[in-house]
Design a protein around this ligand. Sequence first.
Ligand SMILES: CC(C)=CCC/C(C)=C/CC/C(C)=C/COP(=O)(O)OP(=O)(O)O
Ligand SMILES: [Zn+2]
Length: 418
Amino acid sequence: MTAEQNTVHNEELSVVDSLITESSTTQDEVARMCAGMILDGQLAVLQRQLHADFLKIPTSFQLPPNYTGLDASKPWLIYWPLHALEILDPDNQTDDILSRIGPSIMACLNELEGAFGGGNGQTAHLAATYASLNALAISRDEQVWSQINREGLYKWLMSVKLPDGGFSMHIGGEEDVRAVYCALASAALLNIITPELTEGTAEWISRCQTYEGGIGGAPGNEAHGGYAFCGLAALCILGNPVEMIPKYLDVDSFVHWLSARQYQPEGGFSGRTNKLVDGCYSWWVGGCWSILEGVLPWITSKDVLWSKADLQKYILYCCQSPRGGLRDKPGKSSDFYHSCYVLSGLSEVQHRYSFRPKLRESKSGEWSFMWTYELESPDIVIIDEQNVVGPLNPVHVLPAGVGERMHDFYAALGTLEL
Ligand SMILES: CC(C)=CCC/C(C)=C/CC/C(C)=C/COP(=O)(O)OP(=O)(O)O
Ligand SMILES: [Zn+2]
């Protein structure tokens, strides 16, 4: 598309956007809207520069006023755009941006508790700790890595571990499968996984699988894509995924539920039964597919369970905001959260991941980093070569190689007495 065509098209899309409001959107309207955009096909090209410009807003550390509601999410506001920028194009990460991550994240460390909060002086929280460590992994800042008190962080993780095997998001906070994932992913990056930390946790995740086949936030809760990813990825950190997934999940019903998440004609995924498609599930649900395809390829290859080409169409034609950034669906504004997970979904459909069941050399011997990838064949998903984004680590949701490097840094420091 030429720049001129693009401008005209963006104007058309703005009109369309203004016709749809969140409150009145029904499944039929979304389906019609998306079908029109897919047939129209004008947004077949990933608007790299437009998205990069949008994503670079927070790197000035001057967030627009409408971000005040996210005051407790500062580490996320650093991790989301940085991850998205890097898979869009590694050259987006300038030394200037990378060198400012460390001090900004370390300002969120609650030194009394030993883990990260959502902002300066805030209570230590598992979601903030996960986002902080992911952002620090992207920084490649070994000087900052060496300042992290891993014993202190381990003690805090043990303080949010619950007797039933689960974790709570903060001391006295809610117990859910997000907490399990955030705790284990953080511990894996820091190489501080111990048998005490993981005791009973796989069994607890198993209790979150519902009658539908998906995974709910806690035992007895409705299955949801976000929690499904957290549960599945956590199992991959707890042991060899090839053994853990079939041992703790009913894989057939999980795959059945996952397959039902893709809608036609949109091609995008919903997060749960009878809800609308949303671009962020391109990752939460798509990430489950990448893990399953990588770990149990004999299961996912036996039938056509979902269409990679159709998901890619939903992402490109319906989730690119003409104003830059990625979004839930036509009519919604873009934001950093959706940019991160929609682009991760795009990366996921474009790459075929494989998991090699071989222990990494480390004290804890976790498995989560043994991922390799290759580009999917163009006739399956690559609508245009210009649309290719970089590969990921599908368990940590980090650009490929980034989490591995942080883990190896700590592994090389030798055994920690925990
Ligand atoms: C690592 C980490 C913190 C992961 C978070 C995972 C995640 C996205 C969980 C989703 C939680 C949830 C029930 C959303 C439903 O929202 P909704 O009712 O607005 O959306 P819906 O209609 O699509 O279900
Ligand atoms: Zn969403």
